[in-house]
Design a protein. Structure first.
Length: 438
């Protein structure tokens, strides 16, 4: 079903395998300089008494961070178990063409662009024709990749009767139905035929990636809604310190970490499902969750901690220990009352209360500035979660949380969606979700 020239072969998206101009040519040098210093320091151990290794400067560390790349090609998409970067831009798009070959070509163009952007390269190595708009929009021209990852997903609506894909829709992508707490989901920021999650350690790099991928969709798909995120609100890397959400609590302590391959295989990566094209993929459930931070800030510390079941300063469970001490859900106080409130967030979301259910959280804090109607800060958590089956995982947890989580007084789910993220793009010329169309 591939188009005559196959996806990804248009003039505006040259072969990503071609070596060309780096978005920032001198960065390689800067990174090698810093790495060289580190290697020199290691090699020079024997000489240490004679000559101390020069310290690595803040500038060199910043250059290293800027030059950092995450491999794009692979069996599984990056951006799912990749240690979480600092910045997010998320986009949901609707397909406007009714020709399935347009969709395939778009997925090929996106794969070629994603390969380039994640390597720190612009849309094209050519400056283009002075009488035509430039190939690349330019705002990341002086920037390295900053660990950019680009992850693409397919919404349930892509499997309607437009593209002949109805019988390829996995059971796991069937609509979740109404879940307690969903009453205020706004259609304008919910759903979408396609989604792109761009994560990097720089805000302009994620913006550039989404902007140019939306631009490359012109004539085939349009932007439906988007979201910027900052200050990763989950830890996914084993060595990452646990970040804080906008309620000020450590978030991600009990997440599935990148080195827990058994946990990831059990809870995150699809294998042997009813639609084999999804093997090595994962399902993304996103929720834009508004947080009433002004009222939260009037609540006393003891109550805030009761709501989560954890201490605000250290993240340790209220039953004692340090951040990573297992929670003792059976402990009662001298008064016979459970130390971890029966309606606390950690109890209701725990595997113990949900038949072992877990998911991988990858959320970001967000703010849309001030709410013009109320004057309050429009801020919250852009909850991103990956799993094998949203029905058996997200829905089970959110059904319990939506009914009686103490936190519900301070939050509202206002948008989001579910997308099937196919396996990885294997090599140049391959495209996102090729196995879906085979
Ligand atoms: C349906 C799933 C979940 C939603 C929605 C959700 C929203 C949400 N969570 C926080 C803050 C914290 N969550 C924490 C733990 C936690 N949350 C979920 C699931 C959802 N959270 C799970 C599965 C867990 C882990 C439970 C466990 O195994 O112990 C924590 C505690 C620290 C941690 O382990 O990460 C915090 C804090 C907010 C603010 C929020 C919506 C705005
Ligand atoms: Fe949570």
């Amino acid at each position: 079903m591939t188009g005559a020239h196959g996806p990804g072969t248009s003039a505006a998206t040259p072969d990503p395998a071609r070596r060309g101009t780096s978005r920032r040519r001198f960065l390689g040098g800067a990174a090698i300089g810093a790495a060289g210093l580190a290697a020199g320091a290691a090699a020079g151990v024997g000489l240490a008494s004679a000559e101390a290794a020069p310290p690595v400067t803040a500038g060199q560390l910043a250059a290293q961070r800027e030059a950092q790349t995450v491999p794009f090609y692979g069996t599984r998409q990056a951006g799912i178990t990749t240690p979480q970067q600092e910045r997010l831009m998320f986009a949901a798009l609707d397909v406007t063409s009714t020709d399935v070959q347009d969709v395939q070509r778009l997925l090929g163009r996106w794969a070629a662009l994603a390969a380039r952007f994640t390597a720190g390269r612009p849309v094209s190595d050519s400056p283009g024709n002075p009488d035509a708009p430039p190939f690349d929009t330019g705002e990341a021209m002086d920037s390295g990749p900053y660990s950019l990852t680009i992850t693409v997903g397919f919404g349930a609506s892509l499997f309607d009767d437009r593209f002949g894909l109805a019988d390829r829709r996995p059971a796991a992508l069937a609509p979740l139905g109404t879940i307690p707490g969903d009453a205020v989901m706004k259609p304008a920021i919910t759903g979408g035929d396609l989604c792109i999650q761009a994560c990097a350690d720089d805000p302009q790099v994620v913006f550039h990636a989404i902007r140019n991928m939306v631009r490359a969709a012109r004539g085939t798909a349009v932007l439906r809604w988007s979201q910027l995120g900052f200050g990763r609100a989950s830890a996914t890397g084993a060595g990452q310190t646990t970040p804080r959400n906008l309620f000020g609590f450590r978030d991600g302590t009990n997440n599935i970490h990148a080195d827990d391959t058994g946990g990831l295989d059990q809870h995150v990566w699809v294998s042997g499902s009813d639609q084999r094209w999804m093997d090595d993929g994962s399902y993304l459930v996103a929720r834009k969750i508004r947080m009433e931070i002004e009222s939260w800030d009037t609540d006393d510390l003891a109550d805030q901690q009761r709501i989560f079941g954890r201490r605000k300063d250290t993240g340790a469970p209220l039953t004692g220990g340090t951040e990573f001490t297992p929670i003792d859900f059976h402990r009662t106080g001298a008064d016979g009352v459970p130390v971890i409130d029966p309606h606390s967030h950690v109890r209701l979301a725990s595997p113990e209360a949900n038949g072992g259910v877990r998911l991988l959280r990858r959320g970001y804090n967000y703010t849309d500035g001030q709410d013009p109607d109320t004057g309050k800060l429009a801020a919250g958590l852009f909850f991103l979660s990956y799993q094998r089956d949203p029905h058996a995982q997200f829905k089970v947890l959110q059904t319990r949380l939506g009914k009686s989580d103490l936190m519900n007084e301070y939050i509202a789910h206002i948008g989001g969606g579910v997308w099937a993220c196919p396996p990885g793009v294997r090599q140049a010329g391959d495209w996102f979700g090729r196995s879906l169309f085979d």
